[in-house]
Design a protein around this ligand. Structure first.
Ligand code: ZN
Length: 334
């Protein structure tokens, strides 16, 4: 919007507000706009009151009713009253037959925020199909969001159901295993899921295993955990195994594993995990080599703008390519 038209709009609304305050009769159109104007200013209760007063007006056409329902939907949405928002958005959507994109996205958000993911998934699928953007992979990713939200809300059963649905659509999504590990009760099953994604999400898996360690310990199943880690082919799991051995004082066994560990690896995170273990065992020759690798890798680290993906050698606050501020982050590929 240009400055001039913004100015004109402001003036027009000031006039409307004046009329409203003087208690003069306003037309449907004026009321609707006035309420929307208040909502844009963040005055949601005021917007709702004005729109609600319009509901009582007699002789509204079906189209006017639908536009009023749309406005009421947004008023309730911003007041966190999602059930009411859904009711009004659904009525508006019925009238517009899905052709008003604002109504559709408002309805979708209201379903999501209220936790009604069954309806959200159905609607999202419809939107994908209408826009000719549907793919099983996209749908699976969307259903994963539903699962994540259910995990946050503490509803494991529902989360599991969504994970299964996502898996049916796309069975090789790594992220599914990440969430499976969250909803799974059996700690060994959890470990199996984490093992599948350790290479892609080493930090996440590392943190999750630290929490799991406590779980195994409390259940008196530490030996079983050690057995699982010992038999794993995954390098991260092997290093976690070594650190547990050191904690138990089994230095010889730890040394044996580390001596056969592929020292030539260029993986920064693996080397960062490896270094303290090697120092603890006084393997100074290997420690030198690994320190050198870490230093080299740290020097190679680049920064990347998370907005436009432009890479930089040095940090900057403002991206010179897209102009965004505070979007430049360290680019680490483990
Ligand atoms: Zn940028």
């Amino acid at each position: 919007m240009s400055f001039f038209s913004f100015f004109k709009k402001r003036k027009a609304f000031e006039k409307l507000v004046g009329k409203f305050k003087k208690g003069r009769e306003l037309k449907f159109e004026e009321y609707l706009k006035l309420g929307n104007y208040y909502r844009e200013q963040g005055l949601y209760s005021k917007a709702l009151r004005i729109h609600k007063s319009l509901e009582l007006k007699k002789g509204l056409s079906d189209e006017e009713k639908a536009r009023l329902n749309k406005s009421l939907g947004f008023d309730y949405f911003y007041l966190y009253q999602y059930r009411s928002a859904i009711k009004h958005f659904e009525k508006a959507d019925d009238f517009f037959r899905g052709e008003d994109e604002e109504v559709r996205s408002g309805l979708l958000k209201a379903y999501e925020f209220s936790g009604d993911w069954d309806s959200a998934i159905e609607l999202k699928k419809e939107i994908f199909i209408i826009n000719k953007e549907y793919s099983d992979e996209k749908m699976a990713h969307y259903i994963l969001i539903a699962a994540e939200d259910m995990i946050k809300r503490g509803n494991r059963k529902k989360a599991k159901k969504y994970l299964k649905e996502a898996m049916k659509l796309k069975n090789n999504l790594d992220e599914i295993f990440l969430y499976m590990a969250d909803v799974e009760e059996n700690p060994f099953k959890k470990m199996e899921y984490l093992e599948k994604i350790a290479d892609k999400y080493p930090l996440v898996v590392y943190k999750k295993i630290q929490d799991l360690k406590m779980e195994f310990f409390e259940k008196g199943k530490m030996e079983e955990l050690l057995g699982f880690l010992e038999n794993s082919e995954n390098m991260y799991f092997k290093l976690i195994y070594v650190s547990l051995l050191l904690q138990k004082g089994e230095c010889e066994k730890a040394r044996e594993i580390l001596e056969s560990f592929p020292i030539e690896n260029e993986n920064l995170f693996l080397n960062l995990m490896l270094l303290p273990l090697i120092l603890e065992l006084d393997m100074s020759e290997s420690a030198k080599q690994i320190s050198y690798k870490i230093e080299k890798k740290l020097k190679e680290l680049e920064f990347v703008c998370t907005g436009c993906k432009k890479e930089y050698v040095n940090f900057r606050l403002r991206c010179e390519n897209c102009g965004e501020v505070n979007k430049v982050r360290l680019n680490i590929n483990f």
